[in-house]
Design a protein. Structure first.
Length: 342
């Protein structure tokens, strides 16, 4: 048996004992060590819904995880027991044919099962458990000088790096990051690593702005305090997902500039001021998950990029409910709340 963090419905999160799995053909068993709580995990716990995915059966949460190989299944070679690994959470399913020019953009595959997601039935169980079976091709080996706690950030950092890649070359440029949640904060770290000349970060709370400063932000904008957004930045990364912010972000971006939307916008109708998208001829581009940027994230962290300020709290797996409450409460000063899984 093993412990797992399971959501049964809105506000119904339990740490339960479930059977320890065995790896099958092409699989390995990973002894999980660390997991990071994501906004989608919080959504399932708070409402039973994340985006368009609706919880219909108990679900082990978690897709930001890392640990060590505990057992190797048949047909797996080139992997040794005990090595530290993280996992690419996606499995591409369905009989689809991508246009040739999109084949390399695997994040756009029409049907994807993702760790800790209720998008399909049966649900794709996540990694907030003491052990999880993972396909060998999903493993990403963690560099020797990187801890598994840091490696658990490779997935969200990969999301942030993909957003940066969607913006193009950022070296020597001025940027605005709107929203200092974990993705926005990791974008700040990635932008500094990629040579951005000046990074302004805007948020509604003071504590995440202080974390942004620790990660290399040059200028901080507290919207609730009445601070004004910068003018004529070359690139804006919108990481809040707040449609009401779009008008201000478009006007802060120079004419002919680029806005990358990585914050998840609501799936329903929203009100937003978008006139400047036309009059300023802004390039407005979406950023969804990542392609190979998890590997880039591991490489950057292993090379010395310190993203530890993002990890503000940690809890043992038995205290998962308290961990989720902390992650959902902005007054706690939480950014990325980490679960010690094993």
């Amino acid at each position: 048996m093993m412990k797992a963090v399971i959501v049964h419905g809105p506000k119904d999160l339990r740490v339960e004992d479930i059977p320890r799995p065995e790896p099958g053909e092409g699989e390995v068993l990973v002894a999980m060590e660390w997991g990071g709580i994501c906004g989608s995990d919080l959504a399932y716990w708070q409402t039973g819904v994340s985006g368009t995915a609706v919880l219909r059966e108990p679900l082990v949460l978690g897709h930001e995880v890392a640990g060590r190989v505990a057992q190797i299944g048949p047909g797996v070679s080139g992997i040794e027991e005990g090595i530290p690994v993280t996992a690419h959470p996606a499995s591409f399913v369905g009989d689809h044919e991508m246009p040739a020019e999109l084949e390399h953009r695997t994040n756009l595959w029409p049907e994807v099962r993702y760790f800790g997601s209720a998008a399909f039935l049966p649900h794709e169980q996540g990694g907030f458990s003491e052990y999880r079976v993972v396909r060998a091709d999903q493993l990403r080996v963690v560099p020797e000088n990187l801890s598994t706690k840091e490696a658990a950030l490779a997935e969200p950092f990969g999301v942030a790096l993909h957003a940066i890649n969607q913006a193009g070359d950022v070296k020597g440029k001025s940027l605005l990051v709107n929203g200092a949640g974990p993705i926005g904060l990791l974008a700040v770290a990635g932008l500094r690593a990629k040579g951005a000349a000046h990074v302004t970060v805007a948020d509604l709370q003071e504590t995440p702005l202080k974390i942004a400063k620790a990660l290399g932000a040059d200028e901080l904008v507290n919207i609730l305090r009445g601070d004004e957004l910068p003018q004529d930045v070359e690139i804006s990364i919108e990481a809040s997902g707040a449609a009401a912010a779009l008008g201000g972000i478009l006007n802060a971006t120079r004419r002919g500039g680029t806005v990358v939307q990585v914050g998840n916008l609501p799936g329903n109708e929203v009100s937003a001021v978008l006139g400047a998208l036309v009059t300023r001829e802004i390039h407005y581009v979406g950023a969804y998950r990542f392609v190979n940027e998890m590997a880039d994230a591991l490489e950057l962290m292993a090379a010395g990029l310190d993203v530890s300020p993002v990890m503000t709290h940690e809890f043992p797996i038995d205290d998962a409910v308290a961990a989720f409450e902390t992650a959902a409460d902005h007054s706690t000063g939480s950014a990325k709340v980490m679960l010690k899984l094993g």
